[in-house]
Design a protein around this ligand. Sequence first.
Ligand SMILES: [Zn+2]
Length: 143
Amino acid sequence: MSEPRPPQPKPLPQPEPLAKPYWDSLNAGALQLQRCDRCERFVFYPRALCPHCGSRALTWRRVSGRGRLHTFCIPYRHPSPAFQPDLPYVVAQVELDEGVRMMTNLVGVEPDPARLMPLIDKPVEIVYEKVNDQITLPKFRPV
Ligand SMILES: [Zn+2]
């Protein structure tokens, strides 16, 4: 009989300098997004240029962390052993009140399509999942 393998750590984000304010804000329990000074639209993910108008004038702004569930899927298998203990879980796309969409996890609800379908387009709010001193992940839960 073989010993059970120790749990494998999940791969973590490797923040680039451009995205440092985003990751710093999550570590501080807040959400910051870039907003274009020229066309006044929010931008996500962090970038050097506004994808709407090409301006380089992007300013970090604190936002509410509220939005609506746009869509979801439920993985039942994962190629990495690190994710096996979590299966199944909810991968979600959330449309923030600022008009940008984030890929995230929906937590606080069973990973069951019958429970999730009624939540489409319903309000969700951010929860901050601290992984270590450098990384806090933004997840969302139904309001
Ligand atoms: Zn712009």
